[in-house]
Write a protein that binds this ligand. Structure first.
Ligand code: SF4
Length: 300
């Protein structure tokens, strides 16, 4: 059961207290779901995208506001269209009809009071797993409301160092929040369960290697291995960091990562015994960012 007061929102760790009937919170969310695209997506991990694609719904807004966000058009600029809970239920079923291997909710946390009823209405007709794709900055008590509705969690684990989290996302509490969130996600799903090549249940933890931060990435992996073991979740180690603009305030972010940086982190992951996914360095391209063109959002 989700505790939520639309006039004083404390859904996420920002706990900004916005009256969402009157104004947007830090996340940009008001009291109506807003989404920018609902389509088959082929660029998730292979066990999520499969051959037919993941039925991905991209929600507008985000509570985290990372300096290096690759999806700023929807997360900060709020490109998208307001839709009803009923329309969202239809979208889930349309994606299933199109052959999606799963329903993939991207950054839905700030709309959960509306997304949960949409999922509850769709769930009896859904025969594919539901994936919850998140920046990892979530309150365990909010996540608990998703128990039984979400089959696969796909959280980022962005920062290990509180100072890095403060510098790039104004969220010095990110490391402890992300750890508590992952603990709750793992409690709900247990260890990964596959049907053939496709994941049906479990967690995939994504970590994007940032330029100049390989030592922090390595420290994070060692911590995760110690805290959770290496069999609890799949690890997806991402090399796709792309500077989206020239950032005068954070010049260290104005380059892609080097092969050496990525390789040193990937070698650590392998040595620790993590299973999961690594990326070719050639994937570092803004072409991996989809067009947020309202595809699949409008009523048919
Ligand atoms: S979900 Fe949005 S409005 Fe609610 S506390 Fe978080 S940032 Fe504020």
């Amino acid at each position: 059961m989700l505790t939520f007061d639309v006039t004083h929102c404390t859904l996420c760790p920002r706990r900004c207290g916005a009256d969402r009937t009157q104004r947007a919170g830090v996340c940009g969310g008001r009291d109506t779901i807003r989404a920018a695209r609902a389509a088959l997506h082929h660029w998730e991990e292979p066990c999520i995208s499969g051959t037919q694609g993941s039925g991905t719904v991209f929600f507008s807004g985000c509570a985290l506001h990372c300096r290096f966000c690759q999806n700023g058009v929807i997360s900060a600029e709020l490109t998208g269209m307001d839709i009803t809970t009923e329309r969202l239920t239809e979208i889930f079923l349309e994606l299933q009809e199109q052959g999606a291997h799963n329903i993939n909710l991207v950054t839905a946390g700030h709309f959960l009071p509306w997304v949960i009823p949409a999922l509850e209405a769709a769930k009896p007709a859904l025969h594919i797993p539901v994936v919850y794709n998140s920046g990892g900055y979530e309150l365990p008590e909010t996540l608990r409301a998703l128990e039984g509705l979400v089959d696969i969690y796909l959280p980022d684990y962005k920062f290990y160092d509180s100072e890095t989290a403060r510098r790039y996302a104004n969220a010095p509490d990110y490391p402890e929040i992300a750890e508590a969130a992952l603990t709750e996600m793992l409690r709900q799903t247990g260890t990964p369960v596959f049907d053939g090549d496709l994941l049906q249940k479990g967690c995939i933890v994504r970590h994007l290697v940032l330029p100049g931060h390989r030592h922090e990435s390595i420290a994070l992996l060692r911590h995760l291995a110690e805290r959770f073991g290496t069999d609890a979740f799949l690890l997806s180690l991402m090399a796709q960091y792309t500077p989206m603009h020239e950032d005068a305030q954070y010049p260290e972010l104005n380059r892609r990562i080097t092969k050496m940086e990525y390789r040193s982190v990937a070698d650590t992951a392998a040595a620790l015994g993590f299973q999961g996914f690594t990326q070719e360095k050639s994937s570092a391209s803004s072409s991996y960012t989809p067009d947020f063109d309202m595809q699949g959002i409008e009523c048919k």
